[in-house]
Design a protein around this ligand. Structure first.
Ligand code: ARG
Length: 483
């Protein structure tokens, strides 16, 4: 039996029929070189963007007087037909070096020799960067909407949890009671910052390199500004040497992706801990969990664990790119071909993980009774100290007195609210009978109405702010249309 272990494809031995280079070479490249050098397996997906930029380039060449109108139109419609073929499922041949070569070959098949004029004045160096930037702009938008989907799920769950009180933790030790909505929203805002990072990465990507040629700029009087407008870029790259090697936009997307991965990982980790029998704050659903092949009772939060694990890959992708960039000499070097592997891996992974985390969260059932059972009166120790401060003690003095009470409750195995009043007065003379009210979790929460705190009004305001953050932005008024 033959089992495909996914080994790299055997080097192609067949004769290559189409190349964008080769005149100065006597012998052709070896199959081993082709197997290493060909990037079609990775960059094929850039074809819609390469078609678009090539159409814009054909028009620019006509504008520069390089192509006649007929030639430019023939190339434009030829590219349209190539797009239809690719859309219809046409696959590259193993001998196609990369997506640019593939499209060039198909264009030749469609319109013959005039196709050879399209590559005038441009290089794959400015071409691949332009295509990758167009792709990145789209993926930033897709990631944004996937993030918003998860944020919406968080809001839906959070609005049912406003009144549910649970322990907050620092050092994973019980700290102070909080509203469960407050806890869940603590995972909303990091994603909001991630969206801002994606917008910044989008802005970095929206700088047009086309017209930079291989490194020194195009030698024909093409209008870059026209290409910018046609392709929807925000600006022109100001230096051709920089333009062909600038991959900052990919590094920025990868950093944003790594932060998203990190944030999802932390959310997943909280949910996994809270879903354990020991905590029991959360019950997982059935759509995003799996069973065990051995232990019939198990329901494992696999989607969340995979989300947590995938953050490591994002980080690996980011460091791979940065390590590649740091040692490169000026301008384009072939090392840069691998930028797309990491870009695609990180964004593909996130586009799988984000909906899964959103689904897993949506089907979680929160259990307020288990949360409440985890609240103990020692968690109101800070409130007790604040009580003494309000009665005129200094905070340090109050901290010491409450510490003694905590020790007493620990050593006698009693909750603080069951300690006799005499214990309180022994700890500090400013305690009076109303001290027992200060030991209620509700009281503790309602005292924290500061902006960003866990008080009910503050949490309500936070929920409203979160809703507002997700409201669609007002549609910008077009400058081209007359009102
Ligand atoms: N496939 C190449 C890449 O992704 C295209 C650019 C090739 N440039 C060159 N000078 N060989 O980077």
């Amino acid at each position: 039996m033959n089992i495909d272990l996914g080994a790299p494809p055997a080097p192609q031995t067949q004769a290559r029929t189409h190349k964008l280079w080769g005149g100065r070479f006597g012998a052709g490249p070896t199959p081993e070189f082709d197997a290493l050098n060909n990037s079609i397996g990775v960059d094929f997906r850039l074809w819609p963007y390469d078609i678009r930029l090539s159409q814009a380039w054909a028009v620019a060449l006509w504008g520069a007087g390089v192509l006649t109108l007929e030639e430019s139109k023939a190339i434009e419609t030829g590219l349209e037909t190539v797009a239809v073929r690719l859309q219809g499922g046409e696959q590259p041949q193993a001998s196609d070096e990369d997506v640019h070569t593939l499209i060039d070959r198909l264009l030749h098949e469609e319109i013959g020799d005039v196709a050879s004029k399209l590559h005038t004045g441009r290089s794959r160096n400015d071409q691949v960067s332009t295509a990758a930037r167009l792709w990145t702009i789209d993926v930033c938008q897709q990631l944004d909407s996937a993030l918003r989907g998860l944020q919406r799920t968080m809001l839906e769950q959070a609005s049912g949890l406003e009144a549910a009180l649970m322990p907050s933790y620092t050092h994973l030790q019980r700290a102070i009671p909080v509203s469960a909505a407050h806890w869940l929203l603590s995972h909303f805002w990091p994603l909001e910052r991630d969206r801002a990072r994606l917008r910044a990465a989008h802005r970095s990507a929206a700088v047009l390199p086309l017209g930079s040629g291989a490194v020194a700029g195009c030698a024909y009087p093409i209008s870059r500004i026209l290409i910018q407008g046609t392709l929807g870029f925000d600006a022109l790259s100001p230096n051709s040497i920089d333009a062909v090697s600038d991959r900052d936009f990919i590094a920025e997307v990868l950093f944003a992706a790594t932060m998203i991965g990190t944030h999802l990982s932390r959310l997943a980790e909280d949910l996994i801990i809270y879903g354990s029998s020991e905590f029991g704050f959360v019950q997982f659903g059935e759509g995003y969990t799996s069973g065990s092949s051995m232990m019939p009772q198990k329901r494992n939060p696999d989607a969340l664990e995979l989300a947590r694990g995938s953050a490591a890959r994002m980080l690996g992708n980011l460091t791979t790119l940065l390590a590649t960039l740091k040692g490169l000499p000026s301008s384009y070097n072939k090392d840069l071909q691998d930028d797309k592997r990491v870009l695609f891996d990180a964004t593909d992974t996130l586009l799988l993980v984000l909906p899964a985390v959103s689904g897993a969260l949506a089907e979680c059932t929160f259990r307020p009774e288990r949360m409440r059972a985890a609240l103990s009166s020692s968690m109101m120790a800070t409130d007790l100290a604040d009580y003494l401060v309000r009665k005129g003690a200094t905070f340090r003095e109050a901290h010491g007195a409450v510490g003694r009470l905590v020790r007493e409750s620990e050593s006698t195995g009693q909750e603080m609210q069951t300690l006799p009043f005499s214990s309180f007065t022994a700890a500090h003379p400013r305690f009076s009978e109303d001290v027992y009210e200060a030991l209620s979790a509700e009281r503790s929460v309602t005292h924290r109405e500061v902006e960003g705190g866990t008080g009910p009004t503050a949490v309500r305001a936070q929920l409203e702010a979160a809703q507002a953050a997700l409201a669609p932005p007002p549609t910008p008024r077009s400058t081209n249309t007359i009102p």
